[in-house]
Design a protein around this ligand. Structure first.
Ligand code: ZN
Ligand code: ZN
Length: 452
């Protein structure tokens, strides 16, 4: 009986591309009393693994918190599984605004003490006495009330790229830090103001609203389903979005665009930018904002130190990494003295720039990605990538994509290549080709060509 994931992220990404099925990304949570989280966990894994569900799911005695992706075709099978449990019957599934087939590359279902690390002793207050849930329209109208304070319950790197206009955006790394900070900041207004709170999908506000009521706040409200559900309602009901910018998400996408306002800056050059990335130095992996130009000149690194490291031979890099604890650094808190334009705390309420889609949608639909082969080596010093051609023909002049979980989707025109060591214009299955690429190619990155 397979109870754990046994494919690497690269292998999984390859399988997803080959299957070519459209995937949905979604999240949900439920507070409930679960007597035996371990057997609940195993039952979910056994039911979901065959449905090709991937994601990060936490279960605890207090409930379930799930973020996942699945083939759209398996949606009803998936729903059937969750409807077998009383406490999940009819719960809201927050479907992502933007989809990416690679949003998750593993299925992990973990038993935790809590489904959200809130640092609270749940015995000390009534966790079921929560704030009033508001729909998007109600939330908008309460935002207009001068007696309202709106608080972002998320962390600094989340609110930096997008938030509600006028929101208090605490400069915190974690949810548990934010609770006492907000309580202190608003201590004088426990009775006279409306405390309006929001988070990504609603789960953090469930606990926070009960906590603030317990602390004496009289008028506590929360955005039902968080920014994700707010956006769905805004679009469905053609309402004005008072949220500006991007919604940070905890998967490979790192954010989904809600409005075209860019409210943050590239941390390296200060240009308007809201693209999060993780430093290309695997030993660093710092989460930060980087524009395309800085990505090219810094090769995806956060600092010149990291740039030096990634240009060392691989053996030396691995040597340097030894002894470093890399566990769970993907969302490392994104603060470093090298990032001169990092903002946290008070954030701008006006757009610094307007996002423009890179290419029109009609063009995208008529295009098809065809798998050609896979990456076999990258010579860091000379910036040469070696690929094995596995299927189809590749020609100089083709538009190609190099794609992988860390590499992302790098698109370019093939202007020159060596086929089996000789300069040539055409390569066929079985050939080994090399080309100059300004970015690092990982083993088993996929090589695609785009056809119209
Ligand atoms: Zn920049
Ligand atoms: Zn770095």
């Amino acid at each position: 009986m397979q109870l754990y994931n046994n494919l690497s992220a690269e292998e999984r990404a390859g399988l997803i591309d080959e299957a070519g099925k459209q995937r949905l990304t979604l999240s949900f949570y439920a507070y409930a009393k679960i007597e035996d989280p371990k057997s609940f966990r195993d039952a979910l894994f056994l039911a979901w693994n065959p449905l090709e569900i991937l994601g990060r799911i936490y279960v605890a005695k207090e409930g379930i918190n799930a973020q996942l992706s699945l083939p759209a075709d398996n949606f009803y099978e998936f729903k059937k599984v969750i409807e077998e449990y009383d406490f999940m019957r009819g719960i809201r599934l927050n479907i992502a605004v933007e989809h990416d087939d690679h949003s998750f590359l593993k299925l992990t279902v973990k038993v935790r003490n809590k489904i959200v690390a809130d640092g609270l002793n749940d015995e000390s207050f009534d966790v079921t006495d929560i704030g009033v849930h508001l729909k998007a329209e109600e939330f908008n109208s309460l935002l207009n009330d001068p007696n309202t304070v709106v608080v972002d319950m998320r962390n600094h790197y989340e609110s930096e790229i997008g938030h509600f206009k006028g929101a208090i955006t605490p400069d915190v790394d974690t949810f548990r830090e934010s609770l006492p900070i907000i309580e202190n900041q608003l201590a004088a207004h426990k009775e006279d103001k409306n405390l309006l709170m929001y988070c990504t999908g609603g789960i953090r506000c469930e606990k926070a609203s009960a906590f603030f009521k317990h602390k004496g706040f009289k008028n506590v409200y929360q955005l039902e389903g968080g920014i994700i559900e707010y956006t769905r309602q805004i679009n469905a009901e053609k309402l004005e979005s008072k949220f500006i910018g991007k919604n940070f998400v905890f998967d490979h996408r790192l954010g989904e665009r809600i409005t075209n306002d860019i409210v943050s800056q590239c941390h390296q050059c200060g240009k308007p930018c809201d693209n999060h990335t993780n430093c290309a130095n695997d030993a660093c992996h710092l989460l930060f904002l980087q524009c395309d130009e800085c990505r090219d000149s810094m090769e995806g690194c956060c600092s010149s130190e990291c740039l030096d490291v990634i240009n060392l031979p691989l053996v030396e890099q691995i040597q340097l990494r030894k002894g470093l604890d890399k566990g769970n650094m993907v969302f490392k808190k994104g603060k470093s003295k090298d990032l001169k334009f990092k903002k946290s705390g008070a954030l701008p309420d006006a757009a610094l720039a307007v996002f423009k889609k890179p290419r029109n949608i009609r063009q995208r639909i008529s295009e098809k990605k065809v798998l050609i082969g896979k990456g076999e080596h990258y010579y860091t010093k000379s910036k040469i990538a070696l690929f094995l051609i596995e299927q189809n023909e590749l020609k100089v002049g083709d538009r190609i994509i190099v794609s992988g979980p860390t590499t992302g989707n790098q698109e370019l025109i093939l202007d020159q290549m060596y086929v089996n060591g000789k300069l040539a214009n055409i390569a066929n299955p079985g050939d080994k080709i090399t080309m100059n690429l300004p970015f690092k190619v990982r083993n088993s990155d996929k090589l695609f060509k785009i056809i119209q």
